[in-house]
Ligand binder design. Structure first.
Ligand SMILES: Nc1nc2c(c(=O)[nH]1)N[C@H]1C(S)=C(S)[C@@H](COP(=O)(O)OP(=O)(O)OC[C@H]3O[C@@H](n4cnc5c(=O)[nH]c(N)nc54)[C@H](O)[C@@H]3O)O[C@H]1N2
Ligand SMILES: Nc1nc2c(c(=O)[nH]1)N[C@H]1C(S)=C(S)[C@@H](COP(=O)(O)OP(=O)(O)OC[C@H]3O[C@@H](n4cnc5c(=O)[nH]c(N)nc54)[C@H](O)[C@@H]3O)O[C@H]1N2
Ligand SMILES: [Mo]
Length: 768
């Protein structure tokens, strides 16, 4: 891009900058007049749940919480642009593939179901009935139901997701790869064995009482802007905010609140993080273990001097298991290793430990900076170990707060989108619905790509999302999808996954959450669960983008009818009234008792979380201290043995102008990048060490042991305050660098925040 510019980062996150950018965005999307009304209906009691992110809303009522992220997500859905059959008549699939991701989605909302026609290399219109018949034919022709994979992205409602899993399990497989496999899976795997639940333990009210908040590996200014409002209140109250992030993200430094007229008019902002700790990428486990070591040392000292204990000995005695062996392991840990592997000086670690020890009510939040490494499960558990030292779980103002991404990613899991379902849940499903459910564990995202590559999976059906671009090892994922007999995408907008298709292929356009979903003439609400286990109703308010769209729920029902003619499930009956689906969810999950009644209350209800009440559903019936060594033989260590300092840890993250694979624009305002997405952020000393120059173009090459060459080329090299040995770049442009078999231990999350790479002068000659 010729008009790219690297500038000083904008001053505070939020504020006029955010508003202006949104205004431009709205114009860019040509929002019709009803657009303003749409925006005002987000997160209102009778409006729709904001599709922006999974951060909860204050009371889910009161005034519209202004958020740039939400506005962009809503604007993208409510655009007046349309990708009609005329677009597909004009372009072959091969020529559409030449368009970039921004352009593909910018064609607007899809209006009609389309089927791939090999003779013309084009998508052509198809009747809905014919589309479902094609799906049914393919699925019934499989010799084994495990030869089909059913992907879910996290915007799908509880109702659609519940019926989706019901259909797929009656069909006979647990092949449910889903976006959370690439996201918070290490949280969902790490927490249950430690505290007995796979979800966060805090509510928004806890943020009102916390005196100390540690934010690990998260960029809320961009990805969860409404969280900044909460942090701002905490900061104003004098709470201590500590950000642990290799980058001093602007949104964590200062925040001007778009809700506050005074701050907007005076251009002032609230200082957010009181302390910044900048570990090297992947250094958190070592850092936190160091903090724990010092907290124990402080406790020793307090005991020696006859002062009050630093550890919460009551909590440890009554509620925890395994403290002694855990503490012995931590005491034996070597400070040199802690410092070397974290990239943080000992004095700084000790001071972070003192801040922690001083806090009476401590919340720890975490995001993708923690979950997308090989040692992510261990790191999540180390965060919770830290909290447990002083009883910071199940106490007001304290707890674990994993911050999820997609607005219903947590709910989809809750209602059964799970490739490794619990036997108790399957028993219940069998009892309630009276068919035999498959018991064998299914494919997650990585296994799904592997199965397609190996020719085992023949049908891929995606409920939302952009599988081809979100997954690792892009060229291999493309090969995988292209080997399928049938690929189906249930979707709102055109994206690359639709163009990287199987022998037969369908694009099935659906309603978005902002749109009115009429069944039997009655508008239907759907439910979603946010990151803090609050479940609420969502009603669309806009006229559908096209009269020929179906709801996700209807698409599931009709796929099921076309595939399972002998089904024991009354699919139509559920479709007629979504309250019946909620009753069915209630009959399978006790936590959803009185579902319809409770969700009708303003603000909905919170699903019970046993750990919040200090009830530990673990085998020991206690919260477990989990011992972990600091890893010293990760792929990055191995690569350094061969390539020395020339190997960098690449982390791939989000710019301010994207929603995952949806690119809204080419700016990353808070990091001072304009008009360019192919950027490599590197420490100036490393740039000099490599003999490169800021402003030149560079290529990445992965260091991996399978002999496959993985490259991503032509990135603008930017000097940036990032720890030495680490380099950062945006996703999805860099996904080709993530090896498919590089994933988190136990959780199998692709390691998109720690890829060993070499960075060299670009071999691409840019056109003058
Ligand atoms: N506008 C917008 N909002 C979104 C999304 C979006 O794409 N755009 N995506 C949604 C989704 S699905 C998700 S999961 C969330 C993602 O939200 P985040 O979790 O904030 O995700 P990222 O932007 O990938 O990276 C987060 C941060 O991790 C830091 N980081 C990288 N490596 C490390 C490390 O080793 N240690 C530590 N401590 N920090 C590290 C990076 O510097 C960055 O600040 O946001 C959701 N909301
Ligand atoms: N390298 C690297 N890779 C990553 C990550 C990373 O940080 N680095 N992050 C990972 C994470 S955290 C996640 S969650 C995944 C995201 O993976 P996905 O969830 O698969 O990807 P999205 O980009 O969110 O999906 C966008 C598409 O969803 C469709 N869509 C939007 N709204 C709706 C709707 O209401 N209904 C339906 N049916 N479709 C809709 C649109 O067609 C849009 O193109 O990517 C992962 N991949
Ligand atoms: Mo995510």
């Amino acid at each position: 891009m010729s008009d790219s510019k690297i500038a000083a980062p904008s001053k505070a996150a939020g504020g006029w900058g955010a508003l202006k950018s949104v205004a431009i965005q709205l114009l860019g999307q040509r929002i019709p007049a009803k657009g303003a009304r749409t925006l005002l209906s987000a997160n209102q009691p009778d409006g729709f749940d904001c599709p922006g992110c999974a951060w909860p809303d204050r009371e889910h009522a009161s005034t519209f919480e202004f958020c740039e992220n939400g506005v962009k997500a809503v604007a993208a859905e409510a655009t007046s642009k349309r990708a009609t059959s005329a677009l597909f008549a004009e372009h072959t699939v091969t020529s559409l593939l030449e368009q970039d991701d921004f352009t593909l989605e910018d064609h607007g909302r899809l209006t009609d179901p389309m089927v791939f026609d090999a003779a013309s290399d084009k998508y052509v219109p198809i009747e809905w009935d014919a589309a479902f018949a094609l799906i049914g034919r393919h699925l019934r022709a499989l010799d084994d139901p495990n030869r089909a994979d059913f992907y879910t992205s996290g915007r799908t409602s509880n109702e659609a997701a519940f019926l989706f899993q019901l259909f797929v399990r009656e069909f006979g497989t647990n092949n449910f790869p889903d976006c959370s496999n690439m996201c918070h899976e290490p949280t969902s795997v790490g927490l249950p064995e430690q505290i007995g639940v796979g979800k966060g333990t805090v509510t928004l009210q806890d943020f009102e009482h916390a005196d100390t908040i540690f934010l690990f590996g998260q960029n809320p200014g961009t990805n969860h802007p409404r969280m900044l409002g909460e942090l701002r209140e905490c900061a104003k109250r004098g709470a201590m905010l500590v950000s642990v992030n290799p980058l001093r993200e602007r949104g964590l430094e200062r925040f001007a609140d778009p809700q506050s007229a005074v701050e907007m008019l005076t251009g002032t902002s609230t200082k957010l993080s009181s302390v910044f700790i900048t570990p090297k990428v992947g250094g958190d486990l070592a850092l936190i273990k160091g903090m724990i070591k010092h907290v124990i040392e402080l406790d020793d000292l307090a005991q020696a001097e006859g002062r009050a204990r630093v550890l919460d000995v009551d909590f440890i005695a009554t509620h925890s298991h395994g403290f002694d062996s855990f503490a012995a392991n931590v005491r034996a840990e070597d400070w040199n290793r802690i410092v070397e592997e974290s990239g943080v000086a000992r004095v700084e670690i000790e001071s972070a430990a003192r801040i922690y020890a001083k806090g009476e009510r401590v919340i720890a939040t975490w995001g993708m900076g923690i979950t997308q490494h090989k040692h992510s499960v261990a790191t999540v558990q180390m965060i919770v170990n830290l909290l447990m030292l002083r009883g910071n779980i199940g106490k007001q103002g304290a707890g674990a707060c994993p911050v999820r991404g997609h607005s219903n990613v947590q709910g989809d899991r809750t209602v059964g989108i799970d490739e490794r379902p619990k036997p108790a849940f399957l028993d219940r499903l069998e009892q309630v619905f009276g068919f035999k459910v498959p018991r064998e564990h299914g494919n997650d995202v990585v296994a799904s790509v592997q199965a397609m590559l190996a020719g085992r999976t023949k049908v891929f059906i995606g409920m939302g999302g952009n599988f081809a671009m979100a997954t690792p090892d892009t060229p291999r994922t493309f090969d995988a999808l292209r080997q399928c007999d049938l690929t189906v995408h249930i979707t709102t907008k055109l994206n690359r996954s639709h163009l990287v298709h199987g022998r037969d292929a369908l694009i099935l356009p659906c309603l978005g959450r902002t749109e009115i979903d009429l069944q039997q003439g009655v508008p239907q609400g759907v439910t979603v669960e946010d990151s803090m286990s609050m479940v609420h109703l969502s009603y669309g308010i806009n006229k559908p983008a096209s009269p020929n769209l179906l709801s996700e729920t209807e698409i599931v029902v009709r796929m099921a009818e076309a595939t399972l003619p002998q089904s024991v499930v009354r699919w139509r009956w559920y479709l007629e009234d979504y309250a019946r689906i909620r009753d069915a969810i209630e009959s399978v999950y006790d936590a959803f008792y009185d579902f319809n009644a409770r969700v009708a209350q303003p603000g909905g209800f919170r699903l019970r979380n046993a750990a919040t009440e200090r009830e530990w559903n673990t085998p020991s019936k206690r919260a477990n201290f989990m011992t972990h060594e600091i890893p010293t033989d990760l792929p990055i260590h191995q690569a350094r043995r061969t390539h020395g300092d020339k190997v960098f840890t690449l982390m791939t993250f989000r710019s301010h102008d994207q929603y995952n694979t949806t690119i809204y624009g080419h700016d990353d305002r808070y990091r001072g990048v304009y008009g360019e997405r192919r950027v490599a952020f590197m420490n100036p000393d490393d740039i000099a060490m490599l003999g490169l120059t800021a402003g030149q173009r560079v290529d990445f090459q992965s260091v991996w042991h399978d002999g496959i060459e993985r490259r991503a080329e032509d990135f603008l090299l930017v000097a940036y305050a990032i720890p030495r040995g680490s380099v950062a770049s945006y996703y999805p442009e860099t996904n080709a660098l993530v090896p498919l078999d590089s994933f988190a231990d136990k959780a199998r999350t692709p390691t998109s925040k720690s890829i060993p790479v070499l960075v060299t002068s670009s071999r691409i000659v840019s056109p003058a």
